[in-house]
Every structure is written in C-alpha cells, then in structure tokens.
Design a protein around this ligand. Structure first.
Ligand SMILES: [Zn+2]
Ligand SMILES: [Zn+2]
Length: 252
C-alpha cells in the first residue's frame, strides 16, 4: 500500500502543514482504493493535490477532535453542492456519535445531518473488511474516545496511532507492523500531562515493544521542535525513524 502524508501538524495547522490527514492507496479490483485516515483542519485543500475528491472510497476518523475531523465539513459541502453525476455515500468510520458531532460542526440538524453524503459507521470491536483492507481499530488513551487503526493488505501492515497517551493497546495493534505512523506531540523533560499524547521517546518505546519495521513520527505541533522529538526517539528504537513531512510517501 502507498501512504501519503497530507497533513502532519499536531493539534492545529502550522505554516507548512495542515492538521492530521493521511492518504492510503491500495490496488483493488481493476483500480485503486483510496482511504483517508483523518481529515483535520486545513487538510482538504492540499488533499486535492493528491486525488480528485470524488475518488475517496472511505474515511476513517481516529477521534472527533477538530484537528482530526473538522474538514469533513468542507468535504460535505463539496459532495452536496459541487459534484455531478452519481455520488455514492462515502463510508465514514469513527467513534460512536460521529454523525451527530459532524452535523453540529456544520450547524445542521442531526437528521439528516450529513447522512445523505456519508455512510456513518461506528468502529466495530474486531477486524472488518474495507475494500482491499483488513481494518482493525483499538481504543487508545486520550481524553475522548480515540482509536488507533491497523490496515493490512497483501501481507503488509500499517498502524496509525491517532492521538494516544502511553498504552499497551497501541503496542498490540502495532505488533509486527511494517510501518508505525505514531504521534509524538511532546518533548522529553517538559511537564507533560498524562493520558494525552506521547513524546518521541515514548513513541519509539512503543515501536520497539511492537517490533515494527519502521517508525514515522507525526502530529508534531507547530511550536514543538521536530528535531528534538526525533532526537528523543532515536535512542529508544533501533530501526529507521523519521519525522513525517507533508507530501512524503511511503510504500508499505
Ligand atoms: Zn490531535
Ligand atoms: Zn486529540
């Protein structure tokens, strides 16, 4: 599968990156299946450098903080008013209440909200098929219901942490993954609140415990020094590790 970093800024957009959004593409049937992991503030714009919005096959929302879901509002408008021809509803997986949360975000009534444009589904407990992918979502530690997501296809695996504090669930869902796209919002030495985010070192420790093949650090807020986050991570993980950059692609 091909992973493209559309936005990697943590908590809010920065001058050089939107908030969280990742495009995952996998050959499927006669074409390509295009899945979005999160659609945070600012991401809808540069996303159009990577695909025609009509080509989005599914969206997975790790949680309902604005920096992970709020550009669904723009995608809703695009699909409702600016597309022509048949527009099948896009499957959108997320925590319970995603449909209502996004209706409120756009100041819509809950019924129909965005349900004519999107087919909202709550993450199921176990693995489920989605196009060419086997998807697994696991609750991780965060102040609101939040999920890490694992995508498997053709014997390869990619895990995305979403937003997470330190937890065994993140290690388990990343177990043996070829690539772990892991949040690293904090730097070591600061008085970081527990149960919210990871430092680079903590992300690396999770990657080591999970024995992943590659670590990509992401969700770094604009005010945080990415080099410091990377420096915190390197001693705690022996494999290849780098900071996500907008437009970067990875073959998983
Ligand atoms: Zn976030
Ligand atoms: Zn969050």
């Amino acid at each position: 599968m091909k992973l493209t970093v559309v936005g990697m800024s943590g908590s809010y957009p920065g001058p050089r990156s939107p908030a969280s959004c990742y495009l995952v593409e996998q050959e499927y049937a006669a074409g390509t299946f295009r899945l979005l992991l999160d659609l945070g503030n600012g991401a809808l714009g540069p996303l159009q450098d990577h695909l025609d919005l009509a080509a989005i096959d599914a969206v997975l929302l790790s949680h309902l903080h604005a920096d992970h879901c709020i550009d669904m509002c723009g995608l809703y408008v695009e699909r409702k008013y600016y597309t022509s021809g048949p527009t099948p509803r896009v499957p959108v997986f997320g925590p319970a209440g995603t449909s209502e949360r996004l209706a409120r975000a756009y100041d819509l009534s809950a019924d129909p909200g965005m349900t004519n444009e999107f087919d909202f589904r709550t993450f199921p407990e176990g693995p489920f098929p989605l196009g060419p992918f086997r998807v697994t979502a696991r609750r991780v530690v965060h102040p609101v219901p939040a999920y890490a997501v694992r995508l498997e296809a053709e014997g390869r695996a990619l895990t995305y942490s979403g937003d997470s504090g330190a937890c065994d669930a993140l290690v388990e869902i990343a177990r043996g993954a070829d690539l772990l796209l892991c949040e690293a919002s904090f730097v070591e030495g600061a008085s970081n609140p527990p149960g919210l985010h990871l430092t680079g070192r903590e992300a690396a420790e999770h990657a080591t415990r999970a024995e992943v093949g590659r670590l990509v650090l992401t969700h770094i807020p604009p005010v945080v020094d990415a080099e410091q986050v990377l420096g915190d991570a390197k001693p705690a993980y022996a494999g290849p590790v780098e900071v996500a950059a907008c437009g970067a692609t990875y073959t998983v």
